[in-house]
Design a protein around this ligand. Structure first.
Ligand SMILES: Nc1ncnc2c1ncn2[C@@H]1O[C@H](COP(=O)(O)OP(=O)(O)OP(=O)(O)O)[C@@H](O)[C@H]1O
Length: 917
C-alpha cells in the first residue's frame, strides 16, 4: 500500500539488532486521513529523518502495516521508496549537480547559465545527436545546427568553420556508435523524451531512449571504463521515471521490467589522440542500474526537496565535495562571502550591508514560493481528472487528431479538431500535448500555433463550425489532449535578476533601490512635444535623469507615443537604449510608434512566434552568419525585447545607457530588475491603478514579513518613495468625456481629462456609415447600464450572455463593425458563454487580456446575481474594474444585476454613474 501523510514529528535514527544483524531505523510520526501513525523507516531510508521537518509531506510506497503493543503503525518493505515533499518537482539535472556538490546546485540556480562556448557547443552537439537519430545526413545536420546557433557563436567571436570541425569530431562518436552495429534493425529509438514523475516528484528530458533504456550524451571526455558518477545518476533518474511509466509506448516496449542499463556517450573521446591518451577511449559506456542506485537517486532528490521546503541554502558539507578541484570554487567563495553564507569552500570579500542581505533573503523566499506555486499547479496534472482540468480551463480534452506533418524546420506540425472550448491556453504558449494521458501516456512539449484555425478539410457540420488546433512539437504524438504547462522559468529568471542586481550591481544603483540616495536630474530646456505639457515634461525627465525617471500614464494618455519620442531624443544624444515591456504586444506597439515617428533603427529580439508580423523584418534571427548577427546586435542603438528575454544568455551580454520599461506596473520587482540590470539608467512607465503583477503565491505571502511582496511593482514602490522622480500624463486621447469621468474621479483624483474637445465629444454616430439614430434610444448615451436579472450559476450567466448578444446585434444593425466591438467578462467561463452566444468577429475576453487595448464599443458582463458573488476576480481588485471601464472610446454598456452590484459601495457608485448622466 502507499502511505501518505504530513510529518508531525521526525524522530531520530537509531540502531537496533535484528536477526539480520545491526540495522538503522527511524520512526517519524505522520498524520494521514485516518489518524496519526508511526512509520518505521528501515536501513538507508532512516537517514531521511535527518532533514525531515514537521509539516512536510511524506510518502512511503509499498508500506506494510504493523502492530506493536496494540498500536497500529507502518513500516518500509524491501520494495518501498520514501519520498519527501512529492509535490516539489526536482529536475533531473538538479539531482545531477547536487550529487557533484549541493553548493553547485545552488549557484547554478542563482546565476543561471551564462553564454560560453562549451554550453553553446554542447547544445549544438545535442541537436545533431537528435538529428542523426532521426536519420539526418551527417554534414547537413552539422551545417544546419551551427547556422542555427549563429548569434550566440558570433557574440562569442567564434569562427563557424572551426565550430563545425569541433562539432564534427563530437558527432563522429555518435555516428560511429550508431553504425557500429550497436543499432540494429530491432533497435528502436527516440530522442528528447519528456518525463514527469508524479510518484517521485522528478521531471526531466532524456536525451534519448534506446529500447526503452536511457542514453545520455556528454560532450566531455572520459577515459575510464565506467561512466562518471553524476552522469550515472542522471541516467538512473530517467530509468526511475521510465519504470514508473511502465515502458514508453508499444513500439519501445522494454522487455517488461524496469530499464536496467544506462548508456553514456562521451563524444569527445573520439577526438582524442590515441598516441597521447591512455585508458578506455571508446565513447559509449554502459552500466547496470540496480535497485541501490535508484534508491540513492530518490534520497538525493529528497534532500533537495527538503532543503527547498524552507528555502534553505546548502553549504557543501552535505556531500563529500572536494573544493580544491572545483572550477566554481571562486564563485562559490564570493557568493558565500557576499551573502554571509556558510560554505565548505570558505568565504572571500566583504558581506553585503545588512539591508541588502535582508532584501536578498526576503526576495529569494518570495521567488521560491512562486516556484512552489508553479509546482503545485503542475501537480494538478495528475491530481485532477481530465474533465476537472477542462472545467478549470487548464486543458482542452477530447481532441480528434487531424493530421501530422514534418515541417521544413524539422518540427512536427500536429492538428486536431476541437469544439472551440476555452481554456487558459493561448496561441504562442508552450503547452503539453499528449495522447490523452500527459503523465502515464505519451506527452510532448508543444508550441500552440493556432487555436480555432479553419479545418483543412472542407466538411463543416451544421451549427457551430468545427475548429482546428495547430501545435508544433519535436516529436509527433497523437494529439488528443492539450494541457497548460506550468513552468518555473519565470522564477528562475527572477532569481538570476536578483543575483545580478545584488551581487554584481553598481553601488549607486543599490543605494537608490534601498532608499539611501535620491534620484538626480540634469536640466533640459528643449521642447519635445509642443501640444502636451505633461508628455513633454516626461520626455525631459527621461533624458535628464541621471539615475531613473518614472512616467505614470493612465489609460490612453499617450504612454506609447511618449516612449517613442523619448527614445528618439535619447538616441539623438548618442545613448544606446534598451526598450522593454512585460508583453510582446507592448514592445511591438512601442516600435510601431517609433516607426510612425520615422525612426526604424532598432533591433527586435524575440522568438518568431512572439514578435508581431509587422515587426518581423526588424527581428534578429539567431540563425545565420555569426559575425554579421553579432554586429547587428552590438551596433543597434535601440534593442527591444520583453523583460523576460532581457534575462536570456544573449541579452545578458548586452549593456545599455538607458533601459526604458513599459508596463512596469505589471512587473514584479525582480522581473523589472532583469531589464534595468542591463543599463546605467532607467525609465519606468506604467500605471499602478491598472493591473498589478500576477503573483501565484499571493494568498500565503501577505502575512509573512520574512517574504517580499512580489505583487507590488518596483514602479509603484519608487513612485511612493520618490514622487518627484515621476510625471503623470493627464490628458487622455481615448475616451469620450462621460466614459472617462468615473475613472478620473475614483482613481486619479479627478486629474484625468480628455486631451481635446474632439476626444471629449466623440459619439458612436461619428463612426463612418453610422447614424446614431439607428440605435435604440437607450443605447445612444456613451455610458449605459442595463439591468439584467441573470441566472444563478456561479461563474457564468447565460441570461447576461443572451442580453449582451442582443445588444451587440443592435450595434451591428446600426452599422458598427463587429471588429469595433469588445466584450469584457470577469471569468473565463463567462467569456466562453458569451462567445458561444454572439456573432463571430467580436472580441470577447477577460480584463487581463484587454489591458493595453481599446475598442469603439465595449460591453461589460458583471456576472453578479447575488451579493455573495461580489468576490469574483473583476471585483476583488479596483484596478481590474478600472481597466474594464476604460477600454471604450465612444460607447460603454454595463450589463449586470443592479440589486447585487449596489451592495458594494464602489459598484453602487458605478451603477449610479452609469444610470444618471
Ligand atoms: N501629444 C499627442 N498629440 C497627438 N496625439 C497623441 C499625442 N499623444 C498620444 N496621441 C495619440 O493618442 C492615442 C493614444 O496614445 P498611446 O497609444 O500612446 O496611448 P497609451 O497611453 O499608450 O495607451 P494605453 O493606455 O492603451 O497604453 C494614439 O493614437 C496617439 O497617437
Amino acid at each position: 500500500m502507499q502511505l501518505r501523510g504530513t510529518v508531525v514529528s521526525p524522530g531520530e535514527t537509531r540502531t537496533v539488532s535484528t536477526r539480520h544483524g545491526e540495522r538503522d531505523l527511524a520512526e517519524p510520526l505522520i498524520r494521514t486521513a485516518d489518524g496519526e501513525f508511526s512509520v518505521t523507516l528501515w536501513g538507508k531510508w532512516a537517514e531521511t529523518v535527518e532533514y525531515l521537518q514537521s509539516g512536510m509531506e511524506l510518502v512511503v510506497t509499498d508500506a506494510e502495516e504493523t502492530e506493536w503493543q496494540g498500536e497500529r503503525g507502518f513500516a518500509t518493505t524491501r520494495e518501498s521508496y520514501v519520498i519527501v515533499e512529492p509535490g516539489f518537482l526536482v529536475n533531473v539535472t538538479d539531482v545531477r549537480s547536487w550529487v557533484q556538490c549541493p553548493r553547485m546546485y545552488y549557484l547554478n540556480k542563482l546565476s543561471g547559465v551564462p553564454l560560453n562556448y562549451p554550453v553553446v557547443k554542447g547544445t549544438i552537439v545535442h541537436e545533431v545527436f537528435g538529428d542523426l537519430l532521426r536519420g539526418a545526413d551527417f554534414e547537413a545536420a552539422i551545417d544546419d545546427r551551427v547556422e542555427e546557433a549563429g548569434l550566440e557563436l558570433g557574440l562569442l567571436d567564434r569562427d563557424p568553420e572551426a565550430v563545425r570541425e569541433d562539432v564534427r569530431q563530437n558527432a563522429r562518436a555518435i555516428d560511429g556508435w550508431l553504425s557500429q552495429g550497436t543499432l540494429n534493425a530491432e533497435d528502436s529509438w527516440r530522442s528528447e523524451y519528456t518525463l514527469i514523475s508524479e510518484r517521485f516528484g522528478i521531471k526531466g528530458r532524456a536525451d534519448a531512449l534506446r529500447r526503452g533504456m536511457p542514453v545520455e550524451l556528454k560532450t566531455g571526455k572520459n577515459t575510464n571504463r565506467e561512466p562518471r558518477f553524476p552522469d550515472k545518476i542522471q541516467a538512473a533518474c530517467y530509468a526511475l521515471l521510465l519504470e514508473e511509466q511502465g515502458g514508453v509506448s508499444d513500439e519501445l516496449e522494454t522487455d517488461g521490467g524496469a530499464p536496467d542499463t544506462g548508456t553514456l556517450l562521451y563524444t569527445k573521446n573520439t577526438a582524442l589522440d590515441r598516441t597521447e591518451e591512455a585508458g578506455d577511449l571508446s565513447p559509449a559506456k554502459e552500466f547496470s542500474i540496480g535497485r541501490g542506485l535508484l534508491e540513492f537517486v530518490v534520497r538525493t532528490r529528497n534532500e533537495i526537496a527538503a532543503m527547498e521546503f524552507d528555502s534553505g541554502v546548502p553549504t557543501g558539507y552535505e556531500s563529500n565535495a572536494k573544493c580544491e578541484y572545483c572550477f566554481e570554487r571562486d564563485t562559490c567563495m564570493v557568493v558565500s562571502g557576499r551573502l554571509d553564507q556558510e560554505s565548505k569552500a570558505g568565504q572571500i570579500g566583504s558581506a553585503l550591508p545588512e539591508r541588502e542581505r535582508e532584501y536578498f533573503d526576503r526576495t529569494y523566499r518570495a521567488i521560491e514560493r512562486e516556484r512552489r506555486a508553479a509546482h503545485r499547479e503542475y501537480a494538478k496534472l495528475w491530481e485532477q481528472s481530465a474533465r476537472e482540468r477542462a472545467e478549470d480551463d487548464r486543458a482542452l480534452i477530447g481532441l480528434e487528431p487531424a493530421g501530422e506533418e514534418l515541417r521544413e524546420d524539422g518540427r512536427w506540425e500536429l492538428r486536431a479538431r476541437y469544439d472551440g472550448a476555452v481554456s487558459k491556453i493561448r496561441e504562442g504558449d508552450v503547452a503539453l500535448a499528449s495522447d490523452g494521458d500527459p503523465i502515464n501516456g505519451h506527452a510532448e512539449l508543444a508550441r500552440v500555433e493556432r487555436l480555432g484555425a479553419e479545418p483543412r478539410s472542407a466538411e463543416k457540420s451544421s451549427g457551430q463550425s468545427p475548429r482546428d488546433i495547430v501545435v508544433s512539437t519535436d516529436e509527433p504524438v497523437a494529439l488528443k489532449r492539450l494541457d497548460v504547462y506550468p513552468s518555473d522559468m519565470s522564477a528562475s529568471g527572477m532569481l538570476t535578476a536578483l543575483h545580478d542586481a545584488l551581487l554584481k550591481g553598481e553601488q549607486r544603483r543599490k543605494e537608490l533601490l534601498f532608499g539611501d540616495a535620491s534620484p538626480e536630474f540634469e536640466t533640459v530646456d528643449e521642447e519635445f512635444i509642443p501640444n502636451n505639457a505633461a508628455q513633454n515634461e516626461a520626455v525631459s525627465r527621461a533624458i535628464a535623469a541621471e539615475d531613473f525617471a518614472l512616467i505614470h500614464g493612465p489609460p490612453g494618455t499617450g504612454k506609447t507615443y511618449t516612449i517613442a519620442r523619448a527614445i528618439r531624443a535619447l538616441v539623438e544624444r548618442g545613448e544606446r537604449v534598451l526598450l522593454s515591456a512585460f508583453t510582446n504586444r507592448a514592445v511591438d506597439n512601442a516600435l510601431e510608434a517609433l516607426s510612425d515617428q520615422g525612426f526604424t533603427d532598432f533591433v527586435r529580439v524575440g522568438t518568431e512566434h512572439g514578435v508581431r508580423e509587422d515587426m518581423q523584418p526588424y527581428r534578429l534571427d539567431s540563425r545565420g552568419d555569426p559575425e554579421e548577427l553579432a554586429r547587428t546586435l552590438r551596433e543597434a542603438p535601440v534593442v527591444a525585447s520583453t523583460t523576460s528575454s532581457c534575462g536570456s544568455r544573449v541579452m545578458r551580454e548586452q549593456s545599455f545607457d538607458v533601459a526604458l520599461v513599459d508596463e512596469a506596473s505589471q512587473l514584479t520587482e525582480p522581473a523589472t530588475l532583469a531589464a534595468i540590470n542591463r543599463a546605467k539608467r532607467f525609465v519606468l512607465v506604467g500605471d499602478h491603478h491598472q493591473l498589478p503583477p500576477v503573483v501565484q503565491s499571493e494568498d500565503e505571502a501577505s502575512e509573512d514579513d520574512t517574504v517580499a511582496d512580489l505583487s507590488r511593482s518596483l514602479f509603484e514602490r519608487l513612485i511612493d518613495e520618490h514622487p518627484d522622480a515621476g510625471v503623470m500624463l493627464e490628458r487622455q486621447y481615448r475616451m469620450a468625456q462621460r466614459i472617462q469621468a468615473f475613472s478620473s474621479r475614483e482613481f486619479y483624483d479627478g486629474k484625468l481629462r480628455p486631451a481635446t474637445g474632439t476626444v471629449a465629444a466623440q459619439r458612436i454616430g461619428d463612426l463612418e456609415g453610422i447614424s446614431g439614430d439607428a440605435l435604440p434610444e437607450k443605447l445612444r448615451d456613451s455610458v449605459v447600464f442595463v439591468d439584467c436579472a441573470g441566472d444563478d450559476a456561479a461563474h457564468t450567466d447565460g441570461e447576461e450572455a443572451a442580453r449582451i448578444a442582443e445588444l451587440v446585434e443592435r450595434f451591428v444593425e446600426a452599422g458598427v463593425a463587429p471588429g469595433d466591438i469588445g466584450v469584457i467578462a470577469p471569468f473565463r467561463a463567462q467569456v466562453a458563454t458569451v462567445s458561444r452566444a454572439i456573432r463571430d468577429g467580436v472580441a470577447v475576453d477577460t480584463v487581463d487580456r484587454f489591458q493595453g487595448s481599446s475598442k469603439e464599443v465595449i460591453l461589460v458582463s458583471f456576472v453578479a446575481t447575488t451579493p455573495a458573488d461580489l468576490e469574483g476576480p473583476i471585483f476583488d481588485d479596483y484596478r481590474r474594474l478600472n481597466v474594464a471601464l476604460t477600454r471604450a472610446k465612444k460607447s460603454l454598456v454595463l450589463v449586470g444585476t443592479r440589486a447585487a452590484l449596489e451592495v458594494d459601495p464602489l459598484y453602487a457608485s458605478v451603477v449610479d454613474w452609469a444610470t444618471d448622466p
